[in-house]
Write a protein that binds this ligand. Structure first.
Ligand SMILES: *Cc1c(COP(=O)(O)O)cnc(C)c1O
Length: 421
C-alpha cells in the first residue's frame, strides 16, 4: 500500500463561523489573530527579547502585581499549573488543596504524581470554601503550600481570595492560585491577595487561543524555586557553576530554568513559542487599552444579562448567587429535555456552541460563557434568543420573547424602554 496522500484530499483550513459561548475556549479577538501572523524572529534577537520584556511589563497590571517574575510558560493553562506545582513542591511536602470543583481535583492529580502529601478542604459543587475553613485546615495540616482555584468553570463559582495569602504566609506556607478562567475578566490582585504564584491562560477572558500560560511569581517563591534548582546535568547544560539543589521532577516545567531564560542571563531552555508570545502580548494590549475596570464591568454585565435571560425563560441558574463567576453561568437542563440534543440544535441551526458539564453536573447543567471578545451584549442576546428557540423546538414550554428584553434590561440595570432615551 502506498503511503502517499493526495495533497488535495484535505482542503485549506476554513472553519465555520461558530460563536463560542461555552466555558472556553472562546473566539479570539481579531487583533490577536492578526498579531499571530507576524513574521518570526530568532529567540535571542534583540527585537524578540524586547518583546519578552514587554510581555513581562504588560502582564503585571493584569495580575495586579509588581512581581519581577511575571512571564509566560509555553503550553496551555495546564502547563502553568504544572510548572508552578512541580517547581514549588517536593515529594513528601504537605500541600493543602482548597477544592470546590473539577480544577481542584486537577491540582490533586498533579500533586499525586509529584508525590506530595495531600490534604484537602472542600466545598460542595456550587459553593466556595469559607476563609475560616481554610484557616482551620492550615492550622490542622501545617502545609508547605496552599493551592486553590480562583474561578472554577466546572461549577461557575469564584473563590473569594482577599485575606487568603495572608493566612498562608502567617503559617509559613506559600500560596498558589489557578486563575485561568478569570484572568482578564474578573479582578486579579496577586499583591493585595498576598499570594505567591498565580497562573492563567489566554483562551477565556483574555480572548486569545489556548497555548500560552501567563504566570506571576513572588520574590519569596522565586527564592525557594531557585534554592532547589536544577539537577547536576541541568546545571552543566545551562552553563552554571553553583546553585546545585535537590532534583525537581520536570525539565520543561522547571520554573528556575524558565526564569533564567526570561532574565537578562537569557540561558537557553526551550525556544519561546514566538507566535503565542505575539498573541499573549496582543491580548494584554487589548485588555489594558480597554481599561481593566471597564473590562471587568463588561464581563459583569454580560454575566448579569445572561443570568437574567436564562431566568426569564424559566430556567434555574446553578449555584450560589453570591459567589458566581461573572463570565460563565450554569443553567439546569429542564426535566425531560435532552441537553445534548439542544446543544446540537444550537450548533447546527445557529452556529452557537454552549457548554456541557463534568462530573456530578454532567447531563444536568449547561454552561454558558460570555468571555473576552464574546462578553458583548449582542452576543449574549443572540445566544439567549437561539436557546429559547432551541428549547421550544425540543418541546419545552417556555414564555416566548421574555429572555432577550430581560437580558437587555440587566445589561444596563435599567428598564428596556430607557435604552432609547
Ligand atoms: C479552562 C481552565 C483550565 C484549562 O487549562 P487548559 O490546559 O488551557 O485547557 C485550567 N484551570 C481552570 C480553572 C480553567 O477554567
Amino acid at each position: 500500500m502506498s503511503l502517499e496522500l493526495d495533497p488535495l484530499l484535505f482542503g485549506e483550513i476554513d472553519p465555520p463561523q461558530r460563536l463560542l459561548m461555552g466555558p472556553g475556549p472562546v473566539n479570539a479577538h481579531p487583533r490577536v489573530l492578526r498579531a499571530m501572523s507576524a513574521d518570526l524572529l530568532g529567540q535571542f534577537d534583540p527585537e524578540m527579547t524586547g518583546y519578552m520584556e514587554q510581555v513581562m511589563a504588560l502582564y503585571r497590571p493584569i495580575f495586579g502585581t509588581r512581581n519581577r517574575w511575571t512571564m509566560l510558560v509555553d503550553g496551555t493553562a495546564r502547563a502553568g499549573i504544572e510548572a508552578a506545582l512541580v517547581s514549588l513542591v517536593r515529594p513528601g511536602d504537605t500541600v493543602l488543596v482548597v477544592n470546590f470543583g473539577r480544577f481542584g481535583l486537577l491540582l490533586t492529580e498533579i500533586l499525586q504524581r509529584i508525590g506530595a502529601r495531600i490534604e484537602t478542604v472542600e466545598a460542595p459543587w456550587g459553593e466556595v470554601v469559607p476563609l475560616e475553613a481554610i484557616s482551620d485546615a492550615i492550622a490542622r495540616t501545617a502545609p508547605r503550600l496552599v493551592a486553590t482555584i480562583h474561578g472554577d468553570t466546572s461549577t461557575t463559582m469564584a473563590q473569594p481570595l482577599d485575606g487568603f495569602g495572608a493566612l498562608c504566609r502567617a503559617a509559613g506556607a506559600l500560596s498558589y492560585v489557578d486563575a485561568t478562567a478569570t484572568i482578564g475578566g474578573m479582578e486579579l490582585a496577586a499583591d493585595r491577595w498576598d499570594v505567591d504564584v498565580v497562573t492563567g491562560g489566554l483562551q477565556k477572558c483574555l480572548g486569545g487561543p489556548s497555548g500560552s500560560a501567563p504566570i506571576t511569581i513572588s520574590e519569596a517563591a522565586a527564592e525557594q524555586i531557585f534554592a532547589r534548582r536544577h539537577t547536576e546535568a541541568g546545571i552543566r547544560m545551562a552553563g552554571l557553576v553553583d546553585g546545585q539543589g535537590p532534583r525537581i521532577g520536570s525539565n520543561y516545567f522547571d520554573l528556575a530554568m524558565i526564569m533564567d531564560y526570561w532574565s537578562e542571563k537569557r540561558l537557553n531552555h526551550h525556544t519561546e513559542a514566538t507566535s503565542m508570545l505575539y498573541a499573549a502580548r496582543e491580548c494584554a494590549r487589548v485588555a489594558l487599552a480597554e481599561g481593566l475596570a471597564t473590562r471587568y464591568d463588561r464581563h459583569a454585565r454580560a454575566g448579569r444579562a445572561m443570568t437574567a435571560g436564562l431566568r426569564a425563560m424559566g430556567l434555574t441558574v446553578f449555584g450560589d448567587d453570591a459567589h458566581r463567576m461573572t463570565n460563565v453561568t450554569g443553567a439546569h437542563i429542564p426535566e425531560g429535555i435532552d441537553g445534548e440534543a439542544v446543544r446540537r440544535t444550537m450548533r447546527e441551526a445557529f452556529e452557537i456552541e454552549i457548554g456541557t458539564a463534568f462530573g456530578p453536573l454532567q447531563g444536568k447543567v449547561w454552561r454558558l460563557g460570555a468571555m473576552g471578545y464574546n462578553a458583548m451584549r449582542h452576543k449574549v442576546l443572540i445566544t439567549l434568543g437561539a436557546l429559547e428557540a432551541s428549547l421550544r423546538m425540543a418541546g419545552f414550554a417556555l414564555p416566548l420573547g421574555e429572555a432577550v428584553p430581560a437580558a437587555m434590561a440587566a445589561w444596563t440595570d435599567r428598564p428596556v424602554q430607557d435604552e432609547r432615551a
